[in-house]
Design a protein. Sequence first.
Length: 333
Amino acid sequence: MTLVAPRSQFTNSFKVRYDWTVNEIKELLEKPLMDLLWEAQLVHRAANPGYNVQLASLLSVRTGGCSEDCAYCPQSIHSSSDVVNKPQLEVEPVLEKARLAKEAGADRFCMGWAWREIRDGKSFEAMLEMVRGVRDLGLEACVTAGMLTDEQALRLARAGLTAYNHNLDTSPENYGRIITTRTFEERLETLQRVRSAGITLCCGGIIGMGESLQDRASLLEVLATMNPHPESVPINSLVAVEGTPLEDLSSIDPLEMVRMVATARILMPKSKVRLSAGREQLGREAQILCLQAGADSIFYGDTLLTTSNPKVEEDRKLLAEAGVKVNFSYSRE
Ligand code: SAM
Ligand code: DTB
Ligand code: SF4
């Protein structure tokens, strides 16, 4: 009996496909865990041999008061959460936060606006200034602010925006159960506008909202059949916030997150798969499994938008224990 696997098993390469079917994806999600992990790792090691992990810092620039009715979101006016609406932060304090994030080791700075859509005017001009300022610091800049027009997307691109975050959140079939004030189709149209303007896409979803395995597969199918794939794919698990319609849902089994991350890695080998909301509920070992299975980015900083995130010191320790490299610049193109 040989204890050493043939070398060829470790030098697997990957082929980027855009023709995944829901059934193939379901099969991946349901594989025996050891087999799924093995397959995901082969892709991950080939695509990202150094296990490089990007640290992205997140700031809520405009908090609360959003007119959309996303059932998971404490910032919706339809929820009765404790989130207090705040006026938009000014440009300089935002850039100060970006400087601090850089000092703490982040290389992407993501800014959120609790808006249904971007409107032209003072707030948008300030957003452009923030993007320029973040880029001048040498950081990648990401914005999430709802729907936008072609012209707004072009102006953001000209300001140097690296990525626009606009999640699909759940499957097209499950969408109406989670959000009724906009359609899945509108989400796709915004993504197309962002893509046409030459901005990279950050687009993913949330698990733990009572969806079925079929829904998870269907969400991943929409993402994995985009050509090109979104450059970054945040996988959130629901943070059940008091006052939202989903407040009573219990946390998912951490291994479901591992499966979702591993499957996303197999489907979209070159994309950054970001382990996003819900890391506090995952625990150390499950997060390490996610890093092994293909997560190569995390939100880094003590808060997400309105909820908490693991402490920076804890994350530094976790990443060191996992033996991954942070923000090591690399390209998988
Ligand atoms: N309003 C913009 C939009 O919807 O695109 C930007 C902000 S929104 C808060 C950004 C994303 O955060 C959502 O699409 C959703 O995927 C995620 N999110 C919000 N609340 C969450 C929660 N309680 N648990 C997990 N993810 C959440
Ligand atoms: C994403 O997919 N997750 C982040 C970011 N993109 C904008 C937001 C998570 C928000 C979690 C709930 C909160 O803190 O309000
Ligand atoms: Fe929250 Fe964004 Fe939905 Fe508004 S559009 S309720 S900010 S997730």
